[in-house]
Design a protein around this ligand. Structure first.
Ligand code: SAH
Ligand code: SF4
Ligand code: F3S
Length: 467
């Protein structure tokens, strides 16, 4: 296969993009493309882009500049490299990209990646190609399923997109415009894909969606199933040890989903639940459709159902009109919840979104100062959470060899990496490990029993002490 064509895919942004990149690689494999981690040796380079904040878009253009120089070098050696732009910038900017970066031969939106083979073939023969029309057909139906002999190993933990798009229209966010209306995949298709991943050795699935808990796909009985229905069905598969889902919207945290956290041991006790702000006024301006009190009630209800659960979240500081008091309310909310981890962002005005044209934009200095204050608080919470894990035992799902010989690395239910000295044969299984020490953000541990166990964590009392 040394003369096989090579594709290099670089993804920016969220896990949905990581997943799409894999599916594009699977689909291109049918045309004989093999994946390479090196852009310089690739015949086809796909930048799978993100439009969520201005910085994310800047990264794409600087990458395109770099690639153009690389392409010129390749040409001097008699090789043609094709550059394609996929993802949310492709959707948002369309043919503008080719005007600004003429080296780009193909622009393909996230809804159209199932046509990647045909589009690459067209771009190879003639004019630059732009395909950002929302496809009427279901992209997931047409993407190739992973073939173990041609695709790289999926590892132990894999993503499966179950829902795409968003109908929530938060006033700061581009996702409803770049990913379109909310749609859900059928349970049948999700099960098929999960089975094929399990056959390749995957043991943990993260169900992905921009609004994953709004899932409402066609169930096995022909009726629409909800996310907890889907999770319950997946939990019946013996080879699947762990189930996660992201990203959730507080509005869609139904009683049934909260009960799933109580009843389904395979559903990991870690919930990413973006709140964005702790101020009711700002939440309303953001069109988040929930109040501060409602968010706190959800946290309380989930903790009651599953006392060992830990939370992570997303925050935006400096949304237009955010006062010092609004920001204080955000800090207070974070103090009240005690997060295990969070992503914090400075508000970035996005073209075409309602908040971008609000008059009271917050100064860059205030945004930076608030970001630092919030980050300091979140880092302290993360450290407290990790420190509380020292001296405790966890079920760890081992994923790969560690950095040092003889070491393997796995993750706790809370996604913290734990390196231990143990046989490689444990990779792909769950073993009990005691955490002895915290170095940076990594817990260092040792195996206490190497039997597969899916028992509930013994973390309950201490975790709720965070609340
Ligand atoms: N669907 C998810 C996440 C979408 S994007 C949700 O509903 O929360 C991931 C995160 O990026 C968001 O949670 C938000 O915190 C951040 N984000 C989105 N638009 C942004 C903007 N214009 N400026 C800064 N951060 C933004
Ligand atoms: Fe964006 Fe809001 Fe939809 Fe999340 S819920 S993707 S933040 S519009
Ligand atoms: Fe970015 Fe699109 Fe994901 S804008 S965060 S890649 S949905």
């Amino acid at each position: 296969m040394s003369d096989a064509r090579k594709v290099h895919i670089k993804s920016f942004g969220c896990q949905m993009n990581v997943y799409d990149a894999r599916r594009m690689a699977d689909t291109l494999a049918r045309d004989g493309y093999v994946e390479t981690g090196r852009a310089d040796e690739a015949d086809l380079i796909i930048l799978n882009t993100c439009h969520i904040r201005e910085k994310a878009v800047e990264k794409v253009y600087s990458e395109l500049g770099r690639l153009r120089a690389m392409g010129t070098e390749a040409k001097a050696q008699g090789r043609e490299q094709m550059i394609a732009v996929a993802g949310c910038v492709a959707q948002a900017e369309g043919k503008e990209i080719i005007r600004c970066a003429p080296s780009v031969r193909l622009v393909v939106g996230p809804q159209n990646i199932h046509r990647i083979s045909e589009l690459v073939a067209r771009a190879n023969t003639g004019e630059a190609v732009v395909d950002t029309e929302f496809a009427v057909e279901d992209k997931f139906e047409q993407l190739a399923t992973p073939k173990p002999e041609v695709t790289r190993s999926r590892g132990i933990s894999a993503f499966v997109t179950v829902q795409e798009g968003c109908d929530k229209f938060c006033t700061f966010c581009v996702v409803p415009y770049t990913r379109g209306n909310e749609t859900s995949r059928s349970v049948q298709r999700i099960l098929e894909e999960t089975e094929s991943l399990l056959a390749q050795g995957v043991r943990e699935i993260t169900l992905l969606g921009q609004n994953v808990n709004a899932y409402h796909g066609r169930g096995l009985d022909g009726r629409d199933w909800t996310l907890p229905d889907l999770i319950a069905r997946l939990a019946e598969i013996p080879e699947l040890y762990r189930i996660r889902y992201m990203t959730s919207h507080p509005r869609d945290m139904t009683d049934a989903l909260i009960e799933a956290h109580r009843d389904i041991d395979k559903l990991m006790p870690f919930l990413h639940l973006p709140v964005q702000s702790g101020s009711d006024r700002i939440l309303s301006e953001m069109n988040r459709k929930h109040t501060r009190a409602e968010y706190l009630q959800i946290v309380e209800r989930v903790r009651k159902a599953r006392p060992d659960i830990a939370f992570s979240s997303d925050f935006i500081v400096g949304f237009p009109g955010e006062t010092e008091q609004d920001f204080e309310d955000t800090l207070a909310l974070a103090r009240e919840v005690q997060f295990a981890q969070c992503f914090t962002f400075k508000y970035s005005p996005r073209p075409g979104t309602p908040a971008a044209v609000l008059s009271e934009q917050v100064s860059e200095e205030s945004k930076t100062a608030r970001l630092y204050r919030l980050q300091a608080l979140i880092e302290a919470q993360q450290r407290a959470f990790n420190l509380a894990c020292v001296g405790r035992e966890f079920d760890v799902l081992f994923e790969k060899p560690g950095r040092h010989p003889g070491q393997i690395v796995g993750r706790t239910p809370y996604l913290q990496p734990v390196p231990v000295y143990a046989p490689q044969s444990l990779i792909g299984s769950v073993a009990r490990a005691r955490v002895n020490e915290l170095t940076g953000y990594s817990l260092v541990g040792e195996i206490v029993a190497d039997a597969d166990s899916q028992s509930r964590q013994s973390f309950t009392a201490e975790a709720s002490a965070f609340a």
